[in-house]
Design a protein around this ligand. Structure first.
Ligand code: GLU
Length: 366
């Protein structure tokens, strides 16, 4: 049912509530991810656990809870954590790639696009991105702070259709299931209102940073970006396959709109074009009739000054606006590669951000 899934593995899931990684369980989660990957789904893992693993590696030192001590633990633990993912995915012949992000990588449009390009390139090559916060360098001002919110930003970055948050709870309950025997699982939340937020309280589970409250925040971000969100227990048998197949598991938060539509609306309504380009008749036909991306070969003229990630107006040979889109190249770059084949971009510029000038997903026809 879903095609591109961000799977958030919380520290409590990876450790099974112990101070160290639960390796057999981690192998099982990797097996489920590998199975999805084999069936042609795009899988992105958002992992926690760096700090917990660092603590284990250093034999549980007694440390003051300062930022620099946490950064040290993360620096030690992150590489070890990655090493485990590499080993376990290798069993299935799958490569993994590490992406470490902070909020500042996502706040600036240019860096956002770079992070997105990296993520998409890994996926195109069948590599599973393993994402975590760059805890070793992230200070208070630039960090996301918890991997629930991070996973929502990753779902947005990846244009995922599902964010699966695996935790140590089966989902969101009508009351605290640990103290109230009447507590019932809420299968679907259509609106995250004050009542729902009150149910989440400010619970913090196990070793991780987040609790139900940060999961609700994250769910709200991801569903606004067009992803369905499911919160459920990582220990339930075959949970990843079942969730991705659309089985009713845990608590589901349906997406508010499709990411593509949402994004296109934003391109048209939310951004003022910083410049324009004129394209030839062949390119105009490819855009309007075939829904193709715009290649540099079809560009005949560039007007105005714009940078990568800016919105630009795309005009036909008669000067009429045909489309608006987000450019992957600056105006200076486009001037140099206009009319050239995509294969020549690197030779002309000395670098390339991919074969297209404006991707179809970043373009709305007007
Ligand atoms: N990024 C942290 C880590 O890997 C975890 C944050 C969280 O648990 O939400 O240790």
């Amino acid at each position: 049912m879903y095609e591109r899934v961000v799977i958030k593995l919380g520290t409590s899931v990876l450790t099974g509530g112990t101070p160290s990684l639960d390796h057999p369980h981690m192998v099982e989660l990797v097996r489920q991810c590998a199975d999805l990957h084999k069936r042609g789904k795009d899988v992105i893992v958002c992992t926690s656990g760096a700090i917990a693993v660092g603590r284990h590696q250093l034999d549980f030192p007694v440390l003051a809870p300062t930022l620099s001590n946490k950064q040290m633990l993360a620096a030690v633990g992150q590489s070890q954590l990655m090493h485990q993912y590499e080993r376990y995915f290798e069993i299935y012949g799958i490569h993994v790639g590490q992406i470490l992000l902070t909020r500042s990588d996502l706040d600036f449009r240019n860096r956002f696009l770079n992070a997105r390009d990296t993520l998409h390139t890994l996926l195109e090559h069948g590599i599973i991105p393993i994402v975590n916060e760059n805890d070793a360098v992230a200070t208070e001002e630039i960090r996301v702070g918890d991997n629930d919110n991070l996973s929502a930003l990753v779902a947005m970055l990846a244009e995922a259709d599902l964010l699966l948050m695996l935790t140590d709870q089966p989902g969101l309950f009508t009351a605290d299931p640990r103290t109230d025997p009447e507590a019932q699982l809420i299968p679907e939340v259509a609106e995250i209102d004050e009542t729902i937020k009150a149910l989440a309280g400010d619970s913090v589970t196990g070793l991780g940073v987040g609790g139900m409250a940060t999961k609700l925040q994250a769910a709200d971000i991801a569903r606004r970006a067009g992803a369905d969100v499911i919160i459920t227990a990582g220990s339930a048998p075959d949970i990843i396959r079942r969730a991705v197949a659309g089985e009713a598991v845990g608590t589901r938060f349906p997406a508010l709109e499709s990411p593509l539509e949402n994004r296109k609306r934003w391109i048209y309504a939310g951004l003022r074009p910083s410049g324009s380009i004129t394209i030839d008749a062949g390119a105009a036909r490819a855009l309007t009739a075939n829904g193709s991306s715009l290649l540099p070969a079809g560009i005949v003229q560039v007007a105005g000054e714009f940078t990568r990630g800016d919105s630009i107006s795309i005009q036909g040979p008669d000067g009429r606006e045909l489309a608006r889109g987000i450019t992957r190249y600056t105006s200076a770059d486009l001037t140099r590669i206009a009319g050239r084949q995509s294969d020549d971009i690197e030779a002309v510029l000395g670098y390339a951000y991919g074969p297209v000038a404006v991707h179809r997903n970043d373009m709305i026809l007007v």
